[in-house]
Design a protein around this ligand. Sequence first.
Ligand code: ATP
Length: 299
Amino acid sequence: MLKVENVTKYYGDFLAVDDLSFEVEKGEIFGLLGVNGAGKTTTFRMIMGLLDLNEGKISLNGEKIDYSMTDKIGFLTEERSLLTKLTVKEQCEYYGKLKGMTQKEIEENAGFLLKKFGVPDYWDRKIKELSKGNQQKIQFITAIMHKPDLLILDEPFSGLDPLNVEIFKTEIKEMAANGCMIIFSSHRMEHVELFCKKIVIIQDGKSVLAGEISKIKEDFRKKNIFVKGEGIDKKELEKTEGVLSVSEIGDELEVKIQDIEHVDVVFNKIKDKKIFKFVVEQPSLNEIFVAKVGEKFGE
Ligand code: ATP
């Protein structure tokens, strides 16, 4: 298990991470979310033992993380960190040796993954000659070829086409099924919803929302009703008690309401009309994220 306990980090006088705590279990894909500058990268660097903490404790499987444990951790950074003049083979050897792998392990594991990712003939190709998406594949391969216990993925799908996103997703899920602890960070909330059961949202280095996504959605009182019908007056609906907003989405209306108790009020308002659809849905994670951290940006 990865345990982050009451971690605080200052850069000089600037408080970048403020009393942050969370845990990631074996086989779990955990979402660490936040707007730009929230403190995610700082947190990742502390987890990897690259930055000292000012306060708190981080441990992996009960042991304090230091440089000797880097071979247990894999990291896919948001910014590309490939050495573009090298060949794929040289790149894999470079990272593999840093992670304590033998030449045989590097060739076997990287070779296996190149094949799995549909690029078996890239071994001797120069990184700079590869497309952006294929460079991302090589970066991913170098992050996982030493079979880490903990994998940190920062915007793993950037630059990937939908087919390659699927290949990455399958691999990430397979690694989790094999017991890897995964921290997933992305601004694409639909990806986070798909992967993660538990999340923490940080703002100015502080946790502002944490827990299971399903529980977070339940607790977030606002709900959305999707309505389709004939003769429904949008303006009338907007004036209805408990209705926050009504917007047209295609040929449907999306009615945002304060809480579940106002579903009946909305239904009663339109029940005499011809209704083809009336569906109450939980808000999306994106909506909750914007509501929670958007205030700061005036949203
Ligand atoms: P992004 O989504 O843009 O990558 P982030 O959530 O990863 O952002 P961090 O890079 O952890 O955010 O930065 C958190 C805060 O700490 C920011 O205000 C940033 O300006 C500041 N910061 C980061 N690194 C340093 C540093 N080396 N010295 C001083 N301040 C820093």
